[in-house]
Design a protein around this ligand. Structure first.
Ligand code: ZN
Ligand code: ZN
Length: 321
């Protein structure tokens, strides 16, 4: 921890007091020096709730907001298609540019999302949007059975989003605590793939066809492969997990099943609006989803403990109040 200069708001930027910052798996990777997108030194923090200090008539001083942590170039093919979440030159707070784990931050008004939510709930908006975006990419409807591989932070958002759309949701993980949380977040069925046969259970639950949509939120070669193997014929696969090594595939499934295989990265402003409506409706088990809240002084140690014992925490929030 060290002292940094107070941010100087550029052009239209508003000055904000940071209230809470969440840590996710990518922060843990950065802390361990294993995130290839991060150069050091780097201030972390992309899951943020903050209070406006200097606002205008619309975004008034004193309002609590969630932050949209991505910056896009406006010129690349993704940006031209309105898919700036997948900008070729994307910069995320705490990754390619300094983040918000500091007392103050300056941000342009279009990246501030006010809501009728607590600072703790506002801090969960960004991590949930990643799962909501994946469900949008999977074009999930109420007619679908959706299997979600991995019920950590990202998978949990996907579970909730698929349930909001009225789909039948199957949560898959190897950790019983995460599966319990998955049920609270909207999974009607859960499978512990360490104890049960994923293949047999999925067939049993879908009259032998397999789920219509599989969302992969783990990032391991085994789950990457299982997604195309378990999804039904003419099904959809969405990948959010970042594989840390090359994955070899039985590519005949792509053709035989005529699969739609889609990647999903970050989230769009519409995903932020959808998550805010969802949280405002009180439909997410916020308290169960947060495993600990620490002070700024305790933040370095919290990251160290998490790094030494990754399964012990699912969500750590840092309070700057
Ligand atoms: Zn994150
Ligand atoms: Zn771009």
């Amino acid at each position: 921890m060290e002292t940094v200069p107070a941010p100087i708001p550029a052009d239209r930027d508003m000055l904000l007091k940071v209230r809470m910052v969440g840590f996710c798996g990518s922060d843990l990777n950065s802390f361990r020096g294993l995130n290839p997108l991060v150069s050091f030194p780097r201030v972390p923090g992309h899951e943020v709730s903050a209070t406006i200090l200097e606002g205008d008539d619309e975004l008034r001083a004193g309002m609590d907001v969630a932050l949209y942590p991505y910056t896009s170039c406006g010129q690349c093919s993704s940006c031209r298609l309105g898919r700036q979440n997948a900008c070729q030159f994307n910069q995320t707070l705490g990754v390619q540019r300094d983040g918000a784990l500091a007392e103050f931050v300056a941000m342009p008004p279009e990246k501030l999302y006010p809501a009728k939510l607590t600072v703790k709930e506002l801090c969960l908006v960004e991590p949930l949007t990643v799962g909501f975006h994946a469900v949008a990419r999977g074009s999930v409807t109420r007619n679908d059975t959706v299997a979600i591989f991995g019920c950590g932070g990202v998978g949990l958002g996907a579970l909730a989003a698929a349930a909001v759309r009225g789909a039948r949701v199957i949560g898959v993980d190897v950790d019983d605590e995460k599966l319990e949380l998955a049920r609270a977040a909207g999974a009607s069925i859960t499978i512990n793939s360490a104890r049960e046969s994923l293949h047999h259970r999925l067939l049993e639950l879908t009259e032998g066809r397999g789920p219509n949509v599989v969302i992969e939120a783990v990032g391991s070669p085994a789950t990457f492969r299982a997604a195309v193997e378990e999804v039904c014929f003419a099904g959809r696969v969405v990948y959010i997990g970042y594989a840390k090594e090359p994955v070899s595939y039985e590519t005949k499934f792509f053709v035989q099943k005529e699969l739609d295989i889609r990647g999903s990265r970050n989230a769009l402003p519409e995903d932020f609006r959808e998550v805010i409506r969802f949280l405002e409706a009180g439909r997410f088990p916020v308290d169960d989803a947060v495993s600990s809240i620490v002070s700024l002084d305790e933040a370095p140690n919290a990251l160290r403990c998490w790094s030494e014992n990754p399964s012990r925490f699912h969500k750590i929030l840092v309070s700057l109040d």
